[in-house]
Design a protein around this ligand. Structure first.
Ligand SMILES: *[C@@H]1O[C@H](CO)[C@@H](O)[C@H](O)[C@H]1NC(C)=O
Ligand SMILES: *[C@@H]1O[C@H](CO)[C@@H](O)[C@H](O)[C@H]1NC(C)=O
Ligand SMILES: *[C@@H]1O[C@H](CO)[C@@H](O)[C@H](O)[C@H]1NC(C)=O
Length: 227
């Protein structure tokens, strides 16, 4: 006991990171009967009938934004690492995990996910997938990808999902948090549906100076992979 106590102490004691070569939480717990805690009285985000959760992941990363000529930020994708937290779904740590993880991530003084978050968080939870954006199959716009081919599903060429937005719900926790999303499979075998819920932060400032550079805003979220 455990992950986040361990994480907090890892932040204080980098040497214990190096002494802990394998994740302390396994990745193979069934979550088929788990139910995401979705706001009642809305249909924007749902579990499609017949689908069940296969993996619950903690996403730690950044939302990118570029500045429009009108002086407001517009989304430019995201990059995140997803950690398998299926095995803590039934514990008292689960309900606050995106908040606790955000506070740790926010305390790290830059956006270097590969070298910092993986160094720390990977020691507690196994890496499930990488999250990034690529040009959409239509050739216009960008699409989110969840890619487990070089992490939890090495050797499986179809262990990814390229997804399209099917539903969007303003975060019930407040406007500082990015929207909750329902994403549907377009390509790949990793999931039929991905839900992004329990978001923490990730929103851009309200305005920007046209011509200014891309910004990256830290966020965390829970991602539920349903099949
Ligand atoms: C999960 O993995 C552990 C360690 O390899 C193993 O002991 C356990 O039986 C596995 N549990 C399931 C449900 O597969
Ligand atoms: C988002 O920004 C990060 C740096 O914070 C960068 O590594 C990544 O490539 C960017 N991704 C996109 C889609 O712009
Ligand atoms: C639900 O989705 C509709 C249609 O996209 C949208 O207009 C509405 O704002 C959403 N509701 C919330 C609470 O985000």
């Amino acid at each position: 006991m455990f992950a986040f106590i361990a994480l907090a102490s890892l932040l204080i004691s980098a040497s214990s990171v190096l002494a802990s070569p394998t994740p302390s939480i396994p990745s193979n717990c069934s979550v088929a009967s788990a139910k995401p805690d979705l706001p009642s009285g809305q249909t924007n985000i749902t579990v499609p009938s017949g689908q069940v959760p296969e993996t619950i992941a903690l996403g730690v990363g950044v939302q990118n934004y570029t500045c429009t000529d009108a002086g407001t930020y517009t989304t430019a994708g995201a990059v995140a690492t997803l950690f398998d937290i299926s095995c803590i779904h039934d514990t008292s740590q689960y309900p606050t995990i995106t908040k606790v993880a955000y506070d740790i991530w926010n305390a790290i003084p830059n956006n270097d996910i590969a070298n910092i978050v993986e160094t720390f968080v990977e020691k507690a939870f196994p890496v499930f997938a990488d999250h990034y954006f690529i040009t959409s199959p239509s050739g216009t716009g960008i699409s989110p990808v969840f890619d487990a081919r070089s992490t939890s599903h090495k050797g499986d060429p179809n262990a990814f999902v390229l997804a399209a937005r099917a539903g969007d719900l303003a975060a019930p926790t407040g406007s500082q948090d990015i929207d909750w999303l329902q994403l549907s499979n377009v390509q790949g075998d990793l999931a039929k549906t991905v839900l992004r819920i329990d978001t923490q932060r990730g929103q851009p400032p309200p305005s920007c100076t046209p011509g200014s550079e891309l910004i990256s805003v830290k966020y965390t979220a829970a991602y539920w992979f349903l099949s």
